[in-house]
Design a protein around this ligand. Structure first.
Ligand code: C2O
Ligand code: CU
Length: 521
């Protein structure tokens, strides 16, 4: 989805037309610093506003710069036994994990070798607004053959990731983990392993995200199929590539519809079950697994056969440790878990919730190299055991957001349906939705009421909110809102700029299920 600002567009184009990348990064430029409405009552704090640089400066940082070069390009790669054409960072899926230390400056020089425009969004990081990677809102698009250098202080330790903020590119192979090491607490693990989950269709039997989106939206054009039979009446014949993309996925845990899209493959770290990764852990050793859901339309229920998992972090932030059998993780969410595996070879399974398919890996201890691996499609009983719920999570004391009176208290309805295929906030797509105006220093509360029959993972840029109204609520940046549920988030407006809040279902975002959280002067 492209952002089409109602105001500020002209100023922005003037700036970019003038070769204004330097202006964007600089402070003191008026040209992209925000806009005033005609009557002067609303002045937005744009990415080039001095307040943005000032807030960034206040973060301090070590001054140490860690640099990476990254190319986004079309590539052919092996997924299990299949050769697949897709788009990826550096020819790898997931892209190479970037590691930096908290407080350091991350510099990533991105070359766009894709046939279309792109950007990178640093999911979950509360960084300076002009580096947030939302096209036309926080930066001009990066054209094919163009490049852009992202450079920002990385404020918080934890498990993060990055992906384009452009159309359906995330449902290709364009995603990678970003791990920010805690300078105070290096952790004491034999293994520190990222576990990236993804639903995959790109390049399989001619599928692409674009064709899938077209099929989903052309369903709506077909209107009521008659007979009251709903989606079940629709044959696959008229759909793209002869298969029906629309999923009938149902899940009690997700309160109804589990997803819109049927995926041929589900991957852990880019690999399908028949080609599972083995995560090796020293006998008696302790492993940290960093779960990231990089999928576009699939929640995963994750468990390790024979073990319970101790959850230590949610969306990068520490929580009071809690032991569970299984974890439900929506798109964009992350959980860090620790486990000391018993001697053996154990199935690490991510059940595609409501979709009757799995992604898989093996956790094997060093003294069990002869133990035969569990079957690739095994579904350990832990999947049906004690499931992590949001109410199990409480922020550690140092990360608590104290209770305070909300200066802004906004209700937002999640709206839409499969038929017609249409998703939005308050019935209005992004470019029609009024921005939520906030001011620096305010306490902001937003209540998301899900009026639809499907769950939505709601993500806020540039801030880590507190879930709920209690001081102990976990800090997160993405939260699953189930059908008929209302979820309240609160945050302090401490990072000036223009920020998106949106559903992290790639296809829902493309529909405009998003709104602007706009700092105003
Ligand atoms: Cu990970 Cu705006 O998204
Ligand atoms: Cu959604």
């Amino acid at each position: 989805m492209r952002y089409t600002p109602k105001i500020g567009r002209r100023e922005f184009l003037v700036m970019t037309g003038a070769g204004g990348l330097a202006l964007l990064a600089g402070c003191g430029s008026q040209s992209d610093g925000g806009t005033s409405s005609g009557n002067g009552t609303r002045t937005t704090i744009g990415p080039g506003n001095p307040a943005v640089a000032k807030a960034d400066k206040a973060r301090g940082g070590t001054g140490k710069v860690t640099s990476f070069d990254l190319a986004a390009a079309a590539t052919t790669l092996a997924i299990g036994s299949r050769e697949v054409k897709t788009w990826a960072y550096g020819g790898l899926v997931p892209g190479k994990e970037l590691r930096v230390r908290q407080g350091d400056t991350l510099e990533v020089n991105l070359r766009n070798q894709l046939p279309e425009d792109t950007t990178i969004h640093w999911h979950g990081l509360a960084i300076r607004n002009d580096m947030d990677g939302v096209p036309d809102l926080t930066q001009p698009v990066i054209k094919p053959d163009g490049s852009f250098t992202y450079r920002f202080v990385v404020p918080d330790a934890g498990t993060y990731w990055f992906h384009p903020h452009m159309g359906l590119q995330l449902d290709r192979g364009l995603y990678a983990p970003l791990i920010v090491e805690d300078k105070a607490d290096p952790g004491d693990f034999d293994v520190d392993q990222v576990v990236v989950l993804d639903d995959w269709l790109d390049g399989i039997d001619g599928k692409t995200p674009e064709k899938t989106y077209k099929s989903l939206t052309s369903m709506s054009g077909m209107g009521n199929m008659g007979g009251g039979g709903g989606m079940g009446d629709m044959g696959g014949g008229s759909m793209g590539s002869g298969s029906m993309p629309m999923s009938m996925a149902q899940s009690d845990l997700l309160g109804g519809d589990a997803g819109d899209v049927t995926y041929p493959l589900h991957l852990i770290n880019g690999r399908p079950p028949e080609d599972r990764q083995t995560i090796k852990v020293a006998a008696g050793g302790r492993a940290r697994l960093r779960l990231i859901n990089a999928g576009s339309d699939t929640a995963y229920r994750v468990a390790l056969g024979g073990h319970r998992l101790t959850v230590t972090h949610a969306d990068g932030y520490a929580v009071e440790p809690v032991e569970v059998d299984a974890i439900l993780i929506g798109m964009g969410e992350r959980y860090d878990v620790t486990v000391s595996p018993k001697s053996g070879a154990w199935p690490l399974v991510a059940l595609a919730e409501g979709k009757d398919a799995v992604a898989a890996a093996i956790v094997r201890t060093s003294d069990a190299s002869q133990t035969s691996a569990p079957p690739a499609d095994v579904q350990p009983k832990e999947l049906d055991g004690r499931l992590l719920s949001y109410t199990d999570l409480s922020a550690v004391e140092a990360d608590r957001l104290p209770v305070a009176k909300a200066d802004v208290d906004q209700k937002v309805k999640l709206t839409g349906s499969m038929m017609p295929y249409s998703w939005a906030f308050d019935g209005k797509a992004f470019d029609k939705h009024p921005p939520l105006d906030i001011q620096q220093g305010q306490r902001v509360r937003v209540s998301f009421e899900n009026t639809t029959s499907m769950w939505h993972p709601i993500h806020l840029h540039g801030h880590t909110f507190r879930l709920g109204t209690n001081a102990t609520g976990p800090r997160k940046d993405t939260v699953n809102v189930l059908p008929k549920q209302t979820v309240v988030i609160e945050f302090d407006a401490d990072n000036p700029g223009q920020w998106m809040a949106h559903c992290h279902n790639t296809y829902h975002l493309e529909q405009g299920m998003a709104m602007l959280v706009s700092y105003v002067g």
